[in-house]
Design a binder for this molecule. Structure first.
Ligand SMILES: Cc1cc2nc3c(=O)[nH]c(=O)nc-3n(C[C@H](O)[C@H](O)[C@H](O)COP(=O)(O)O)c2cc1C
Length: 324
């Protein structure tokens, strides 16, 4: 199952080194103005190029294959496809037998009986976040009144902006770093979300954990709340709109948006594909052997993820706005 959402249903498809990747959105309302240009800004934000990101550069040109006519959505399934043009698949030939530690090669090979495409991470690749970003652009058009903004706040344990030395050191060593992205959502109406299984935190977490490399998510004060007392943690209501003096809840109480800013942070792990040699099991040789990973990789893929986190949030909120 590779679909998220109840009314606004997002399915992503493709592999990193296959012909193309893409997204099919079922349940997209008709009449939304949409052209390829609408995707440009968000696609740029996800692209590599900055220090610490991969040397693989792709055009990432969106092709609107279905669901759009006269520059408006038709209400039929909307399909957006991106070609893969810059692949070096030979770099990944060994990985089914000698899987990268902490990457998907082992589980993909086991689960799909040796048939999975492990080139460039295959269907598990961070490249699949490009169609996710495209779906986010469409989702945001459904909820123009809601403002979603994510930014990187930490890289390799350092405050963003003060991370250049630690990043340069990791790159020089052939190692990798993780990071933390904070997302803030303004003007989500009171009432979105449900108690229990479809709590707004669960829905957002479901979408966010679809992003490869996510290790954790916390809302509001998050894990620090466990160390506080009720008297300091409670968010006192200060007006008839339900605004609160503090926002330890991160804008969600009882699974439901309470009219305050929704705030959550996402932890991304350090990139699994590092240049340093690693002793790890080789299934062909039936022994632990040194793996030297080839290919082009982000030393810190978290650098490219704020726009992906925004997309995940937009997809969930657009679905809720349509009554899911
Ligand atoms: C935008 C983006 C780019 C990524 N680039 C790489 C990469 O270059 N090399 C790598 O090993 N992992 C990369 N990842 C992470 C892997 O896709 C991910 O760790 C892997 O699929 C296993 O999934 P998991 O970490 O969620 O368990 C990237 C993730 C994202 C979101």
């Amino acid at each position: 199952m590779n679909t998220l959402g109840t009314i606004f249903r997002v399915s992503i498809f493709g592999e990193s080194h296959g012909n193309a990747i893409g997204v099919c959105i079922d349940g997209c309302p008709a009449g939304i103005a949409l052209t390829a240009n609408d995707f440009e800004a968000d696609i740029q934000r996800r692209k590599s190029g900055a220090k610490g990101t991969t040397a693989r550069h792709e055009a990432d040109t969106p092709m609107l294959l279905s669901g759009v006519c006269n520059q408006k959505t038709t209400g039929a399934p909307l399909t957006i496809v991106f070609n893969n043009d810059n692949t070096r698949s030979g770099d990944y030939a060994q990985l089914a037998q000698h899987p990268r530690p902490s990457h998907s090669d082992f589980v993909a090979t086991q689960k799909f009986g040796g048939n999975a495409d492990v080139r460039g991470g295959g269907h598990f690749s961070g490249r699949l976040t490009l169609p996710l970003v495209a779906a986010g652009v469409v989702a945001q058009k459904i909820i123009p009144q809601v403002h979603i903004a994510a930014q990187l706040i930490e890289v390799g344990g350092q405050k963003y902006g003060e991370h250049n030395d630690v990043l340069a050191a990791a790159i020089a060593k052939g190692d990798s770093l993780g990071g933390v992205v904070e997302c803030r959502v303004q003007d989500a109406p009171i009432g979105w979300g449900s108690p229990f299984f479809n709590s707004l935190e669960s829905l957002i977490s479901h979408a966010v954990f679809a992003i490869p490399g996510v290790r954790g998510i916390e809302f509001g004060t998050g894990f620090a709340a466990a160390k506080m007392q009720g008297s300091t943690h409670n968010d006192l209501i200060i007006d008839e709109l339900g605004h609160t003096q503090t926002n330890h809840a991160g804008g969600i109480v009882g699974g439901i948006a309470n009219g305050n800013e929704i705030v959550f942070r996402v932890a991304f792990k350090p990139t699994a594909s590092i240049s340093l040699p690693q002793p790890t099991y080789n299934f062909a040789a039936q022994q632990v052997e040194t793996l030297r990973i080839k290919g082009r990789h982000d030393a810190c893929f978290a650098l490219r993820t704020p726009v992906v986190v925004e997309a995940a949030a937009a997809i969930v909120l657009a679905d809720l706005s349509l009554g899911s």
